[in-house]
Design a protein around this ligand. Sequence first.
Ligand SMILES: Nc1ncnc2c1ncn2[C@@H]1O[C@H](COP(=O)(O)OP(=O)(O)OP(=O)(O)O)[C@@H](O)[C@H]1O
Ligand SMILES: O=P(O)(O)O[C@H]1[C@H](OP(=O)(O)O)[C@@H](OP(=O)(O)O)[C@@H](O)[C@@H](O)[C@@H]1OP(=O)(O)O
Ligand SMILES: [Mg+2]
Ligand SMILES: [Mg+2]
Length: 355
Amino acid sequence: MRLKEEMSCRNEDEREEFSEQNLNHQPLFFTTPTLEPGFSLQGKPVVVGYALTSKKTKSFLQPKLEDQARIKGIFFVAIDQSKPLSDQGPFDVVMHKLLGKEWRQIIEDYRQTHPEVTVLDPPDAIQHLRNRQFMLQAVADLNLSDSYGKVGVPRQLVIKKDASSIPDAVTKSGLILPLVAKPLIADGSAKSHELSLAFDQNSLQKLEPPLVLQEFVNHGGVLFKVYIVGETIKVVRRFSLPDDVCKRELSKNAGVYHVPRVSCAAASADDANLDPRVAELPPRPLLEKLAKELRNRLGLRLFNLDIIREHGSGDHFYVIDINYFPGYGKMPGYEHIFTDFLLNLVQGKYKKRSC
Ligand SMILES: Nc1ncnc2c1ncn2[C@@H]1O[C@H](COP(=O)(O)OP(=O)(O)OP(=O)(O)O)[C@@H](O)[C@H]1O
Ligand SMILES: O=P(O)(O)O[C@H]1[C@H](OP(=O)(O)O)[C@@H](OP(=O)(O)O)[C@@H](O)[C@@H](O)[C@@H]1OP(=O)(O)O
Ligand SMILES: [Mg+2]
Ligand SMILES: [Mg+2]
């Protein structure tokens, strides 16, 4: 059953799969950028090659980003996948989010042969996030707990095959229902975002492995998206599944309930009239520490975290999802944050070389 289709952010028919045809091969800027004093790298423009789907190109390379880039002397150039990467550029930075083994190999080879180019980010580190069995491991290992709060991950169980074994496996593991069932592989396909909630023991065998079963954590229907761009973090509030969704759905019919993509809708929960104990953002120092550790442990610079606060706990947080190169276009002020990040990357590299 689907609840409030309109809340789902993505029409699955419209959702484009990753493919070469999706790539926008047109360079964005052809003219020499105007450099503002203080921003230029001795007058040299910064050239950023990008390999993104057309959907991502559209949501990321918005006019406001293009404007800031022009001001700061940054060129965005579309990478042409039909040509060897080494024949393109020269680039200062390469940004990418594409699927497939072949692409991973291309970008890995390029990193080895072009150590002077900053590749955002290493393909192996991105790949690590594409399996929900391992995605949250770094957060669990970190076991962050200080005077500002605690950050953990929900208890979870991996089911690779055989749906009929799920009820027993759940009983043995001691996981408490309801459970959120998430496809094991998070590769950005529509299917990888198809989540369901299982409320009762019987419905567990209706689920389709391979998947991860996660305990549902009551959190007051609000989720925090923590966007990370290098060393900068930005937090926004989003609506999430309400705590009583299980009760409501259970009263109608037991079974498996399809989870709508509530939290990825651009509508922010910032202006909603929410209980302050639910809406209060996680403490900044806690997020700073978490982001710094995860940057190092994951080896990534571009990602976001979905964080929820256990209802009534005050300061007990759970990371439930980590996404590589998320929808930065929805992050307030991303045009400044991102262009500054790119400039700093390249400036840092020049400084290192001159040392
Ligand atoms: N363990 C949990 N407890 C409570 N709610 C959860 C839990 N896991 C997921 N949710 C809810 O389901 C939504 C989707 O889950 P999740 O973020 O893991 O899926 P996703 O498809 O990877 O999302 P995204 O679009 O951010 O990539 C969350 O935003 C949250 O509202
Ligand atoms: O497109 P959107 O703006 O919704 O961005 C979403 C992004 O899709 P895109 O990479 O195709 O753009 C998703 O990536 P895949 O898992 O599907 O790879 C994932 O990162 C979501 O969490 C993002 O939503 P956000 O977390 O920022 O709300
Ligand atoms: Mg999520
Ligand atoms: Mg995700």
